[in-house]
Write a protein that binds this ligand. Structure first.
Ligand code: ADP
Ligand code: MG
Length: 712
């Protein structure tokens, strides 16, 4: 028997009962949204007039009337107290990638040593957290540390619970004293506004009766679950979220037996509790299943308004982590926690609508066909012109290990349309589609689009940006990141492209409308056709072909961040009022710095594990083998010594290589050389993983892949 922590962890898991820590009764649908200050609670706690005003802001984006803030704050507080809250917080999304909250209690002292619960309109509308310790990329110097959080009424306030209390959370935007943006929500809201304006303008060109533009998002969230007892024995997971060492197990995902497999009892208990929590928060968790890799899973909600969906995804990630902890599990949201098996993404299902009309639905009538084709060509144009910018929104040190690896979309941004649709745009480009006008109404002579039943569009899992029937699915974003970044840029580039089209359509006379439109679409398709690729995005041929087409292939974070500094990109973002040049520059700084800092942490912890955990174990084992050899020689044994000697030689050589590889890593870290650090980490990993297969299993200190991925 060994006394190593790893074996102890396995034994503990073996004897732990899988008890349901969750409520034994099934969730009640009436509890849906119970912890959200939603329409029901608004109507219950506010007078009719004020409720209507607030709802108009939430639903139609009418600017909030400052005069009602005091009443809304009072109602929110009463509601929150009835739901058990004692504290409130402005909940925001700084550039750290997570969410931030600083709690204040409602407690307010009154004379005679007593206190009441109070919450004013000002408390609701603005907060003044010290901004000095949040990343700003040089925008805000520490002497001007003030930052402001501003209430976002379009995302509902909600309650976060812990075992013995609760906090009212108010979604807010976060900016500096000078008004520069320090968060992810503000630019997202600006980009949504820009896109909606452009949608309105285009719909006007088509003469569609006035309606409300909508931008929707359904983010699919992939994640891993491992037992906490393993996690606690992996300093690399604890410090970086991914395993820096670990030999590939003989069986991993090659039998394809995990995807959509029966969900293990312990996991389904976890999922059930996650869903119950999310439903209370009004988050429409819908789909759950086993993913491709062992111990990998997915959760998908029903799509919602983009701003709310982004906030909800942040809450989904937090809920996954917290519920996992209660179940003795750890939820790994890292994009590539295990080398050699699938990583996790966040498929960004995005669409734009106008009232009930989905502009990405090909439709059955000629008008909808044309609107669809117009929006589609705008997207082709936008993505082709700014593929580098879209790519920049997906890069991070984590996602570098995923994008371009053999199971994830490549770092090249291209669009998948499916055969039918590709054929149609090719016909348009060739001029095969013609118009014929009937008096007064818009008519394209042929119904150019066959009805595309949603699920009949081919599935292509290798495309980073795929048309999937009535939406685009951007698959490159990483599992751990906020959805804000990709959508900020997607919205803006599409807004610009829609305007490009509207500007031309506005010049066309009513009688030439169809001709003009077809010409615009034809020109766009001809010019931007290169962005469409329906083949296997993981293949080496595609990389070569993409290079021939002149498509950017930005492989690593430092390269992929550069587009943020490009003048064309900065001008675009400035024109649409989404980012100023200063804000773009600062984001570049923040994300690059984050990359370097995280890389350094990875390098340092890899070095520490190699020298203080692996080397001593390998040395002890080597000593034991040497001693065994010596005593075998003394006993004049005939067999076994050759084998022992060979093993001792291999372990000895491993120790020498470990020493050399550690030294190389130490030097690369000291030299602040990211490329060399990455290479040295790979070198060190090779040595350690080889030793893992040599050294006595009973003494190996790090939980192995075959254990973490299969014992839970
Ligand atoms: P799949 O993995 O087959 O693509 P999922 O059901 O896992 O599909 O996820 C699809 C996601 O796309 C869901 O979140 C769904 O709500 C969302 N979605 C569906 N239609 C739209 C739409 N029109 N706009 C945005 N998102 C959508
Ligand atoms: Mg899916």
């Amino acid at each position: 028997m060994s006394n190593c922590n790893r074996t102890y962890a396995i034994n503990q898991i073996a004897v732990s009962p899988v008890l349901p820590p969750c409520e034994p009764r099934p969730a009640n649908i009436d509890d849906y949204g119970i912890d959200v200050f939603n329409e029901d609670s608004i109507r219950k706690y506010l007078s009719k007039g004020i409720a209507e005003k607030l709802l108009a802001t939430i639903e139609k984006g009418v600017p909030i009337d400052p005069a009602i803030a005091g009443d809304v704050a009072h109602a929110m507080k009463e509601w929150a107290i009835d739901r058990g809250a004692t504290h409130y917080t402005h909940w925001f999304q700084p550039l750290t990638g997570g969410t931030a909250e600083k709690h204040d209690s409602f407690v307010s002292p009154v004379p005679h040593g007593q206190a009441v619960f109070a919450f004013s309109g000002k408390n609701l509308v603005v907060g003044e957290p010290d901004a000095s310790s949040f990343p700003s990329g040089g925008i805000r110097s520490t002497f001007e540390a003030r930052g402001y959080t501003a209430w976002d009424p379009s995302s509902p306030a909600f309650i976060k619970r812990h075992a013995n209390g609760a906090t009212l959370c108010i979604p807010t935007a976060f900016c500096s004293y000078t008004g520069d943006v320090l968060d992810k929500k503000t630019p997202l809201l600006r980009s949504i506004q820009a896109l909606k304006r452009s949608v309105n303008r285009l719909m006007k060109c088509f003469g569609v009766p006035e309606d409300t533009p909508e931008v929707s998002l359904g983010p699919e969230q992939e994640y891993f679950l491992i037992d906490k007892k393993f996690y606690l024995n992996r300093p690399d997971l604890l410090q970086t979220g991914r395993t820096l060492f670990g030999a590939p197990p003989p069986k991993h995902q090659q039998l394809e037996d995990h995807y959509f497999g029966a969900i293990k009892p312990r996991i389904i208990q976890f999922m059930t509790e996650v869903e119950q929590e999310l439903w209370k928060l009004g988050i429409p968790a819908k789909t759950r299943h086993n993913e491709v890799a062992p111990a990998q899973f997915e959760l998908a909600p029903v799509f919602e308004d983009l701003n709310v969906a982004v906030d909800h995804n942040m809450l989904v990630m937090e809920t996954l982590r917290q519920v996992a902890d209660r179940h003795g599990l750890v939820c790994l949201l890292h994009e590539k926690p295990f080398a050699g098996i699938n990583g996790s993404g966040k498929h960004n299902n995005w669409s734009i609508g106008y009232g009930k009309r989905n502009l990405l639905d090909p439709g059955n009538d000629p008008e909808q066909n044309m609107i669809f084709l117009t929006v589609l060509s705008a997207i082709l144009r936008g993505v082709d012109l700014h593929a580098d910018l879209l790519r920049s929104t997906t890069c991070s040190i984590n996602n570098d290990h995923r994008l371009g690896a053999n199971e994830a979309p490549p770092a090249i941004v291209s669009i998948f349309l499916g055969e039918q649709l590709e054929d149609i745009i090719d016909q348009i480009a060739k001029g095969a589609v013609s118009t014929s006008k009937k008096a007064g109404t818009m008519r394209i002579g042929v119904d150019i689009l066959p009805t595309l039943p949603r699920d009949a569009t081919d599935r292509n899992r290798t495309s980073p940006f795929a048309f999937t029937g009535n939406k685009f699915e951007f698959r490159a974003p990483g599992s751990s990141r906020s959805c804000a970044g990709p959508n900020i840029f997607l919205n803006t580039i599409v807004a610009e492209s829609l305007d490009f089209i509207s500007e031309r359509l506005e010049k066309a006379s009513a009688k030439d409308f169809n001709e003009a439109l077809l010409k615009i679409i034809r020109d766009i398709v001809a010019k931007h056709r290169r962005i469409v690729f329906n083949g296997n995005g993981y293949s080496a041929e595609w990389e070569a072909e993409a290079a021939r087409r002149g498509l950017p292939n930005l492989k690593t974070t430092p390269e992929a961040l550069k587009p943020l500094l490009e003048t064309v990109n900065q001008k675009l973002m400035e024109k649409y009022g989404v980012f100023s040049k200063v804000e773009m520059d600062s984001r570049y700084e923040v994300f690059l710095e984050e990359y370097h800092r995280k890389l350094r942490i990875e390098g340092e912890i890899a070095l520490e594990i190699a020298t203080s955990m692996i080397l001593p174990i390998a040395a002890t084992y080597y000593g034991r083998l040497s001693a065994d050899l010596a005593s075998a020689a003394q006993g004049k044994l005939k067999a076994g010594t050759a084998g022992l000697r060979r093993l001792a030689d291999q372990v000895g050589a491993g120790i020498d290589r470990l020493d050399a590889a550690s030294d190389a890593l130490r030097k690369a870290i000291a030299a602040h050389n990211p490329k060399k650090t990455l290479a040295a980490m790979t070198g060190l990993r090779d040595v350690v993983d080889a030793l893992e297969l040599l050294v006595d299993d009973a003494c190996w200190p790090l939980p192995k892949y075959r254990e973490m991925l299969f014992i839970y």
